[in-house]
Design a binder for this molecule. Sequence first.
Ligand SMILES: NC(=O)c1ccc[n+]([C@@H]2O[C@H](COP(=O)([O-])OP(=O)(O)OC[C@H]3O[C@@H](n4cnc5c(N)ncnc54)[C@H](O)[C@@H]3O)[C@@H](O)[C@H]2O)c1
Length: 316
Amino acid sequence: MPFSGTKVLVTGGAGFVGSNLVDRLVEMKANLIVLDDLFTGRKNNIQNLDKIEFVEGSVADTKIVNELVEGVDYIFHLAVRNIIVSTKEPELDFEVNARGTFNILLAAKKYGIKRLIYTSSASIYGNPHYLPINEFDNINILNPYAASKFTGECNCFAYYESFRVPVAVVRYSNVYGIRQNPGNPYCGVISKFFDSAMEGKPIQIHGDGEQTRDFTYVTDAVDATILAALSPKAEGQVFNVGSGKETTINYLASQINNLCGGKSEIKHIDRRDIDNIRRRVMNIEKIRHFLRWVPTVNLQAGLRNTYQWLRENKGI
Ligand SMILES: NC(=O)c1ccc[n+]([C@@H]2O[C@H](COP(=O)([O-])OP(=O)(O)OC[C@H]3O[C@@H](n4cnc5c(N)ncnc54)[C@H](O)[C@@H]3O)[C@@H](O)[C@H]2O)c1
């Protein structure tokens, strides 16, 4: 087992992607510490809480970060204030997403680690000039969240180039799946659509619904993230993580509605300011080539898994 006997810190490990990653790392026998301030995360997202050390605290707290990073082999840095909070409260966004990442890097430099994996976002590409988007395309920052996530990336590479902190960056595109709880007001579009469709309420689409995204199932995102930690080829690299498939929001809504019995009306409502990205689909050739990663769960299968989980866990 590659993580057996290693000490691993996961920030944001009580969140959606983080808790799925933590489950996998527990299976892989890592000695785990989770740092999370439970802003959007929940302790009961973590299945094996008894097998890990859980610290409730913030990545913005340099003292806690230093104490936890000392002696750690791997850091998976996922803690984040999401796009909706970021836009409403840009100061908090900067404090957690940019400054928090900086704190992690400072501590990683000070104590030495085997690898730091930073989970960035496709939102940094904004409205791309070309599709599918590859890692060398223009960065087009359209909101404070994209700015703070990209600041985190820039500092990762600055610390790699200047101080040889061994980093790898994964840029996720719209991750969905189990534990993305519609009860969380900041959850993604898939959870929201399921929430409405399961209740037979109208599914509300902001804008004309012809905007597109690239949806990544959470276990695929976790696999890619783990490979970025373990592969010698990933050091100092950035990788797109997506399905490579472009999906319109109208198609997504109809698929979810059909899965739930087709009871909902699909309504188009006003476009939000944060919905300023028209099309997105990722080129995933680099990660396929370097890390031999390919997505294994297609949209239909991922939506079925998510639906089943929601039926079993709704209201938790
Ligand atoms: N879900 C997606 O579609 C998506 C897409 C692109 C990138 N990402 C990135 O993946 C990572 C995980 O996102 P997610 O979707 O699981 O979000 P999430 O909100 O479910 O998880 C984030 C976690 O960070 C915790 N957190 C927030 N502020 C913190 C702080 N100051 N200190 C410690 N913990 C804090 C939250 O409580 C939560 O548990 C983030 O870095 C995000 O930018 C996610």
